[in-house]
Design a protein around this ligand. Structure first.
Ligand SMILES: *Cc1c(COP(=O)(O)O)cnc(C)c1O
Length: 458
């Protein structure tokens, strides 16, 4: 399979090249040149275990670049860290399916992609004996999923910056109690924005970037999208079997558009998905874009669902590429407009395609809280991100709906407390974490200080 850039200014890449490069050099995102069609194999796929299904889905995307046995063992290694054999089990509340994506090591859905990505990087780097230095800033969640994805891996170091004293104790401990030598946590005396700005500045120091082979694990990496396609198939099969349904609706709490884009691809690959509900919190750029055809940046609001508090949904560019009929220069034009004027407009035809593909629903804080409370009364504890998706599914009222549960409620204990009056219980894997020893370097809010830490370690 070849991978092309959404801006069409670079030569096509192989799977491995697209994974290692992450972002294309023309600023675009990699997409596969064609999509496999599974519509005639659904029955056979529906009897597979999660890991077997992952193998079948990954194979056409990987082509012959990774041998079947190697891919199989990557998948085995990546998903045996989950607390359930099913990896992403489906439960039911009345007739609503709840797709539990939070059974990985850090209790958030990002583990599904990052556990796999870490092992994939390790395999690919071992072939060339190259080294990769992952550098990132986190306000909590993505950082710990990335750290747990690459801990202990050969040829990889990860430097993760977080704002000192500004993340919850559990979030900090999930990162700083990882004591593997290749994991370096840095607490910055500043805010998350300071940390983020510093990471960008370091990436822009091209000499430094090349010298230490800096890379990122952000949500635009194709392997992350690919890994997320699997659970749409897995959940749809479980639901259709349980209720003898012939198609399903998914409701997806959305931030960067990576998760729901994987669902969009699953549908194009032949999975009978009737509708995709795109649920946002007050950060509603996608809700507005699909309603109006105008994608327009506004300011970020802090909400109860911080992992969806975004200004720009990076993966949306991949969808724009599709609605522009794979015309890379048209995409580039729109992205340049976004850069210059903070907005771009879809043509009438493009807008119609967006409306055909997604049902946008904006869920405010009051509704998020009341949904959490209602479910708590049914003995189901929802985290605030999941509650946004559940509320959107209920508002649409379709039969045969599945809401994606993207985080374990314990990760957002304050919001659960606010909604229900009760703190969620720590799961077994986290018990005692607050007492475990941690390792973390403190640094001044200064780019040079961070660079010198990297130089010293490597
Ligand atoms: C990242 C995240 C989301 C949003 O997913 P996107 O792929 O960015 O749209 C939703 N919920 C949780 C808990 C997350 O961590």
């Amino acid at each position: 399979m070849r991978y092309i850039s959404t801006r069409a200014q670079t030569e096509p890449r192989t799977f491995v090249q697209a994974i290692i490069e992450g972002l294309a050099r023309d600023g675009g995102l990699f997409v596969p040149e064609t999509l496999p069609d599974f519509s005639t194999q659904l029955e056979q796929l529906s009897s597979l275990s999660y890991k077997e299904l992952a193998l079948s889905i990954f194979q056409p995307f990987v082509g012959g670049e990774i041998k079947t046995e190697e891919l199989e063992s990557l998948i085995e290694k990546s998903y045996s860290t989950f607390r359930t054999e099913e990896v992403t089990p489906l439960s039911f509340v009345d007739r609503l399916g709840i797709l539990e994506l939070y059974h990985g090591p850090t209790l958030a859905f990002k583990d599904v992609a990052l556990q796999f990505l870490g092992n994939l990087f390790e395999l690919v780097l071992s072939r060339s004996d190259d080294h990769l230095t992952i550098l990132g800033a986190t306000s909590g969640d993505t950082g710990s999923a990335a750290i747990h994805g690459v801990r202990g891996k050969e040829n990889i170091h990860i430097f993760m910056l977080h704002p000192k004293g500004r993340i919850s104790p559990i979030q900090r401990k999930q990162m700083t109690t990882v004591l593997d030598d290749n994991v370096i946590n840095i607490a910055i005396k500043g805010t998350f924005d300071d940390a983020q700005r510093m990471v960008k500045a370091i990436f822009n120091d091209l000499h430094f970037r090349d010298r230490y082979a800096l890379g990122a694990v952000n949500s635009i990496n194709w392997a992350r999208v690919m890994a997320q396609i699997v659970y749409y198939f897995y959940a749809a099969f479980r639901y259709m079997d349980h209720y003898k349904a012939d198609k399903v609706v998914f409701s997806v709490p959305t931030g960067n558009f990576g998760d729901i884009y994987a669902g969009y691809l699953a549908k194009k690959m032949g999975l009978p998905i009737d509708k995709l509900i795109l649920a946002t919190n007050e950060n509603d750029i996608l809700f507005r874009a699909i309603n109006s055809g105008i994608y327009k940046i506004s300011t970020v609001h802090s909400t109860l669902s911080p992992s969806m508090d975004i200004q720009i949904a990076s993966n949306f560019e991949r969808f724009v590429f599709d609605v522009c009929k794979k015309d890379g220069s048209a995409v580039k034009e729109k992205m340049d407009q976004l850069n210059d004027n903070h907005q771009f407009t879809l043509s009438a035809e493009e807008h119609a395609k967006a409306q055909e593909s997604f049902i946008p629903v904006r869920v405010d804080t009051a509704t998020t809280l009341s949904t959490m409370k209602r479910f708590y009364q049914k003995d189901v504890v929802l985290d605030p991100h999941t509650a946004v998706g559940v509320a959107a599914a209920l508002a649409c009222g379709f039969e045969n709906s599945i809401a994606l549960a993207t985080a374990h409620p314990v990760k957002f204990g304050d919001a659960v407390q606010q909604a229900t009056g009760h703190e969620p219980k720590l799961p077994e894997s986290l018990q005692g974490i607050l007492e475990r020893p941690e390792r973390c370097i403190e640094a001044e809010n200064d780019q040079k200080a961070v660079q010198s830490i990297i130089e010293t370690v490597l």
